[in-house]
Write a protein that binds this ligand. Structure first.
Ligand code: ADP
Ligand code: MG
Length: 707
């Protein structure tokens, strides 16, 4: 394979030429993100207007924009009920009123009685009879020919008219400064295989549709020209993501071979056996670790599917080969819990586990840093403190990130760059230097098409099965006017020896207010349940305080735990079988799903009560309905994606990944599959075209794609 990693260099349409001599227009273009000739070419119409037909005024269809032609027979400026210009236009079939609420003096003159005009707009029946409000109005001569093609309507910004934009685009298409502007970047075999039209032909069709084009397919973006554009966009995304995947994959990593002895010993001591899904992903990961190129794998599994044990087995394989492993979690509570669980699993095998967190005392931290650096400790568990500059591993072979979606782009970048022995800080490792394998875990299930596209730079493993013996959580929706019933339920549960979470309202605008609400709730519940042990955990407590309260809850000393959403990720207390979430209408779907996942971990039937406050917004109502009706995380994620669109859904990741402007993952799944196959083919055999294609679509945006 020749080197396709260099995507600098001059590429068609990306040279910076002045698009217009007019500074003001230039600025407005920039506001639309248009800087280059190619940006103009790819500024495709939002929709089209049909000005190829004329309708008789009295016979024009209702409810859609139409074109009519007639002569102005009356023209006046009314002052009541508000100032407006009203003209009556007549053709042989009838008459209509056109009204302008905002107008220039010049318009009053221009629309003089006797002038012939062509109007485009929607006809309504109002106070003045048939009327068009603010139609597009052009003065014409008799027998002026009709447009012979659909008229494109472009996305515009304030001050830039359709006319200016469309003439700029027309000029670039006709007389590009760069002669190879519309050159084909996709090899002909691939274009033919997918039965797509050429790039040039496609953009010309979309900007200037020929008269005989199928209007419907143009409007709903299924026309072959649209297909080609969407394919190219998806292809660019695949190419850039796979390219980065290959770049990272081309680095060296230690070979960490599977060894049966320690693995089997570990398994015999475990109190349960793995589910089939767990076994499958353990095998996939184990295979990757045995390669001398770094693993870059995302392990997805719904809440409670048992990812921790999979992580532990991966770590064990590294350790058995003499390399260290690190597990990082996004919150102290979760990291601490991992530390306890992993110590209990590993220490009996003689493997020391270290704990590192940001809130540790200096001296304690120093000791931990020393044993990590000397290699005395083979497994380090912690928050992102684990990947700060002062932490030097003796020989890090595997880095595991739990709940990776909770970390920001920068933290993930730092982690990825955290290299092997002796490497300090965040530097891009030398190509010859070994880098650790990386396993990312996430309980936010990602719908398949989304993961095929936005996670194309990772290998993905999925645990699609829950451990046996779980009983599904029953979800109840209660208006908070029915608080008394909730109180009763808590009494009953605790009387039976069960434990309860009470999740306080999320107040995004103010952390102080959030904290205050949590304390108030705690006090109220303490007096309501005078005979119960009530605990409170929130984000402002010190690490030690959090640890203590969680330990008390785990041991059953605390029966009712009042908590902020800090317990959202990972917390595992099987005896807790009732959860109350206050103001559930304020929370996102994935958050609700994660929270609910804290119960239903033991064998008892569990209940999650979602309390909401009326009135509910439309979107809140939809969210609550989805969470009420579904328990499968993948289904919830699919619906969430549908509700919010990929940009919102992906959150932090989006800043590092090229977003899609044209392709719609829900509708264009077939094109995505085709683009995926084409990307492999191109990366293997067509380095030049690959380079040109990425540049055409992504320009310099590929720089972000390192995370
Ligand atoms: P998550 O995927 O949400 O991180 P955990 O790893 O915390 O899930 O596992 C949830 C619970 O299920 C833990 O108590 C864990 O010990 C238990 N568990 C994991 N795998 C199995 C299994 N195969 N059989 C029974 N229990 C399991
Ligand atoms: Mg977990």
């Amino acid at each position: 394979m020749s080197d396709v990693t260099d995507i600098s260099g001059d590429v068609p349409g990306k040279a910076s030429v002045a698009l217009t001599g007019n500074k003001k227009i230039q600025e407005k273009l920039q506001r639309l993100g248009i800087r280059t000739e190619m940006d103009l070419v790819l500024h495709l119409p939002l929709r089209y207007e049909d000005e190829t037909h004329l309708f008789p005024i009295s016979n024009a269809p209702q409810g859609k924009a139409v074109q009519v032609e007639g002569v102005i027979v009356h023209n006046e400026v009314l002052l009541k009920p508000r100032r407006q210009l009203v003209c009556r236009v007549e053709d042989s079939s009838g008459m209509l009123c056109m009204r302008f609420l905002n107008f220039y003096g010049s318009q009053i003159k221009a629309y003089a009685v006797g002038k012939r005009v062509r109007l485009f707009g929607e006809i309504r029946h109002g106070f003045f009879g048939s009327e068009m409000v603010h139609p597009k109005c052009r003065i014409i001569n008799r027998n002026e020919p009709l447009a012979d093609a659909m008229t494109p309507v472009y996305p515009v910004t304030g001050g830039l008219t359709q006319k200016t934009l469309s003439s700029l685009i027309g000029r670039v298409l006709k007389y590009p400064h760069d002669k190879s502007l519309l050159a084909e970047t996709v090899p002909p075999e691939i274009v033919q295989q997918n039965r797509l039209p050429g790039f040039r032909e496609s953009v010309l069709t979309l900007h200037h549709p020929p008269p005989d084009v199928s209007v419907v397919t143009l409007q709903n973006q299924t026309h072959p020209a649209w297909q080609r554009i969407k394919f190219d966009e998806l292809l660019a995304q695949q190419l850039s993501m796979r390219l980065h995947y290959r770049q990272r994959r081309s680095r060296k990593a230690p070979r960490l071979n599977y060894k049966a002895v320690l693995h089997d010993l570990f398994m015999t001591r475990l109190s349960f056996s793995l589910t089939a899904a767990q076994m499958r992903v353990v095998k996939e990961i184990s295979g990757d670790l045995g390669s001398n190129h770094p693993m870059q794998r995302l392990l997805q599994g719904d809440v409670g599917s048992g990812k921790t044990i999979v992580a532990a087995l991966a770590a064990l394989q590294a350790i058995d080969n003499g390399y260290q492993a690190a597990i990082m979690a996004p919150t102290e509570i979760l990291a601490e819990q991992h530390y306890q669980k992993l110590s209990a699993w590993f220490e009996p095998l003689g493997i020391q586990v270290a704990w590192l967190s940001g809130s540790q005392k200096k001296k304690e931290r120093q000791t931990v840093l020393t044993v990590i650096e000397s290699g005395e400790t083979m497994l380090a568990v912690g928050t992102h403190a684990l990947f700060q500059d002062q932490v030097n591993f003796h020989q890090l072979g595997l880095a595991i990130i739990d709940e990776q979606h909770r970390f920001g782009v920068h933290q993930r970048l730092a982690l990825r760059m955290k290299g092997m022995k002796g490497m300090k800080g965040v530097q891009v490792p030398d190509k010859s230097e070994q880098v650790p394998h990386q396993l990312m875990m996430s309980a936010t299930p990602i719908p398949r098409t989304l993961s095929m596209s936005y996670f194309a730079d990772l290998d993905v493993s999925v645990i699609d099965e829950l451990p046996p013996g779980r009983s599904p959580v029953v979800t109840k929706l209660l208006s908070d006017s029915r608080r008394d019933e909730v109180i009763d339920r808590i009494q009953q549960a605790c009387r039976k020896g069960k434990q309860v979470y009470w999740v306080c309202p999320l107040i995004e605008e103010s952390e102080t207010l959030q904290l205050q609400t949590a304390m108030d709730t705690y006090e109220t519940l303490c007096s309501t349940f005078a005979d119960l042990h009530v605990g409170l955990v929130h984000g402002r407590l010190s690490a030690q305080e959090k640890t203590d309260i969680m330990a008390q809850f785990k041991q059953g000393e605390v029966q009712l735990l009042v908590a902020t959403t800090v317990i959202e990720v990972g917390v595992d207390v099987p005896n807790a079988s009732l959860m109350v979430i206050e103001n559930a209408e304020r929370m996102g779907l994935s958050q609700l799903h994660q929270l609910r996942g804290r119960v239903g971990r033991g064998s008892d039937a569990s209940v999650c009560i979602l309390m909401y406050q009326k009135p509910l917004s439309e979107i809140a109502r939809k969210r609550l309905k989805i969470i009420f009706e579904h328990s499968d995380g993948f289904e919830i994620a699919r619906q969430d994606l549908h509700l919010r669109g990929p940009g919102e859904f992906l959150g932090a990741r989006q800043s590092g990944v090229p977003m899609l402007r044209f392709a719609d993952l829900e509708l264009d799944g077939g094109l995505l599959t085709a683009a995926q196959a084409a990307a492999d083919e191109m990366l293997n055999h067509y380095p030049d075209q690959t380079q040109h294609h990425i540049k055409r679509w992504l320009g310099d945006k590929t720089e972000y794609l390192r995370v």
